[in-house]
Write a protein that binds this ligand. Structure first.
Ligand code: VG1
Ligand code: CO
Length: 542
């Protein structure tokens, strides 16, 4: 039986960089999740009888919202829901399922790299039929709808058993509970040389994959241990838990420090990788070498033809604006297109669909390609292992020879988390005001060449996205970028991105923060960051 329930709108349901993210107690308010899901359905057209994919990263509140979403999809006229067993689908796996089974779209329930638990974060994101995050045109419509919504529809029925693979019926709609791993693992086997990687691992190269108590555990066990023959236990923290076992599932040098230290130790594994909550981010480390995400994109692009799925070459590379220009040098050499987009994977969708870009990346530990329409953590890890196997070289050797050939882009991001929102907005406003006066000014040895508030004109659909980050470029290719996070759930997070290009191979071994010290000081001077944020130092440095 379909019930129509009256509701009152919430005014704070504006999707951010990657869907709506809030603390669980906010989501648990009466009708909060229902309002947002109905607003999504109300913003779509033509889905009657079609398929909706639903899955999440297993965090706290995942199952509850999945039950609601299934019943609401049935009430709104979807013909079928495909849902991952246990409510589990990594973000890239969900993207693959949507594409492979020609679904109308999907709901991905995740707050990605943010902690999970009764007082931590939750999120809902809508992906379109191409498997990618909804573009701004749709998220704007969803937001507008949330502000006026007064009813939602839901089927009054018992919960679906999410733990059993099989097909069920709910008020005339089919619900198929699927194995969350199989299709994804199969896709990876098509793209990479599993025989060569298997031989690499059998030759004594030891790997450690840290799933951080989040969604990639079952995927990583199946791929690395079962299919590639890595010894049992190579995947750590492999069971997805509602609170991620207390981990902060953000694969970076701060939150994946244990893995990093282990790989750097004498007796530790040769190669380490970690994933985030929903499996779209990756961190790659080799003995003696941490790979920055920006370098990872450049190196994957430069070596792409070593993987069977990319043997024909890549059409182009896309990176988010704050990501370093390391990939630009590869694109130049390969004579292929290079695209600079705003932060957030949704901006890559059109370029991938149009065949303009094949690989994409963000400095925030995100890399991916046209195989799905999300960034893909395990994909990147497999790409690295494939390159290592094909070149018969270690991570450090691959990175160093890349720098020797292209030069090194020293790069770091400084995050100031949970800063007072007004102070953060004032900082950005003041910077914006200063922009016209900056070109030509010198700060020590640095002379400003160009400064703007980044705007993006999508070359495919002509849409324009403004105010995507303040960038200050100096002569010689150095730059600092400021932007406010669109994924945080309390206060504001100021991100400062710092980059310096060093062509001289004899200067490629400087410690990153030292190599960037002058730029970091200038960033503070120009923005008055310390004073305005009330902080002496960043919360997180990556
Ligand atoms: C952050 C990253 C961005 C990434 C986004 C979603 O956004 O900077 O590069 O696409 O998270 O990643 P922001 O607005 O906080 O800077 V995930 O792994 O949350 O889906
Ligand atoms: Co993520």
């Amino acid at each position: 039986m379909i019930k129509t329930v009256s509701t009152t709108p919430y005014q704070d349901q504006k999707p951010g960089t990657s869907g709506l993210r809030k603390k669980v107690p906010v989501f648990a308010q009466e009708n909060y999740a229902e309002n947002f899901i109905q607003a999504i359905f109300d913003s779509l057209e033509g889905f009657a009888g079609k398929t909706l994919v639903i899955g999440g990263d297993g965090r706290y509140y995942n199952r509850e919202v999945i039950q609601k979403a299934i019943k609401m999809a049935a009430a709104s006229g979807f013909g079928k829901v495909m849902v991952g067993q246990g409510g589990i689908l990594s973000t890239p796996a969900a993207s693959n399922i949507i594409r492979k089974y020609h679904a109308f779209g999907g709901l991905i329930l995740s707050a990605s790299h943010n902690p999970g638990g009764p007082n931590e974060d939750f999120g809902i994101k809508y992906n379109t039929g191409n498997g990618g995050p909804a573009p701004e045109k749709i998220t704007d419509a969803i937001y507008a709808r949330t502000k006026v919504i007064d009813t939602y529809k839901i089927v009054d029925s018992a919960d679906i058993d999410l733990d059993e693979v099989g097909t069920f019926k709910i008020s005339g709609m089919e619900v198929q509970v699927i194995d969350p791993v199989a299709d994804y693992a199969e896709l990876m086997e098509q793209l990479f040389d599993f025989v060569a990687i298997r031989a690499l691992l059998a030759s004594g190269v030891r790997i450690a994959i840290d799933s951080m108590g989040a969604v990639t555990g079952p995927y990583a066990v199946e791929i690395f241990e079962n299919r590639l023959g890595a010894p049992e236990g190579s995947v750590r923290n492999a069971t997805p838990l509602p609170d991620f076992g207390g981990h902060h599932p953000d694969p970076n040098l701060v939150h994946a420090k244990e893995l990093y230290d282990d790989v750097m130790s004498k007796s530790g594994p040769h190669f380490g990788a970690a994933s985030d909550g929903d499996g779209d981010r990756n961190m790659v480390v080799g003995k003696g070498m941490f790979v920055t995400p920006s370098d990872s994109l450049a190196i994957i692009a430069a070596n792409a033809t070593l993987a069977p799925g990319y043997a024909k070459g890549i059409a182009g590379i896309a990176r988010s604006m704050p990501t370093s220009a390391a990939a630009d040098r590869v694109a130049e050499k390969l004579k292929i297109g290079m695209y600079e987009t705003p932060t957030g994977w949704k901006f890559f969708g059109n370029l991938l669909d149009a065949g303009k870009a094949t690989v994409c990346g963000e400095e925030s530990f995100g890399t991916g390609s046209d195989h799905v329409r999300e960034k893909d953590g395990l994909w990147a890890v497999l790409f690295w292992l494939n390159i290592m196997a094909a070149r018969n070289e270690s991570v450090a050797e691959i990175v160093k020879s890349h720098w020797a050939e292209y030069g090194r882009n020293y790069y770091s991001r400084h995050d100031y988390e949970e800063v007072d929102s007004d102070a953060a907005n004032a900082l950005v406003a003041a910077l914006r005001e200063k922009l016209p006066t900056l070109p030509g000014q010198t700060f020590g040895a640095l002379k400003v060449e160009f400064a703007d508030d980044f705007a993006y004109l999508d070359p495919i659909d002509g849409s324009v996205s403004k105010n995507q980050g303040i960038r200050i470029l100096f002569e010689g290719g150095s730059r600092v970028v400021f932007r406010l996070s669109g994924t945080g759930t309390s206060g504001a997070t100021i991100r400062v991105y710092v980059e310096r290009y060093e062509p001289d191979a004899s200067r490629h071994d400087i410690e990153t923060q030292t190599a960037l010290a002058d730029l970091i000081a200038v960033a503070d001077e120009i923005s008055d960051l310390k004073k305005r944020s009330g902080r002496d130092a960043p919360t997180v440095i990556t």
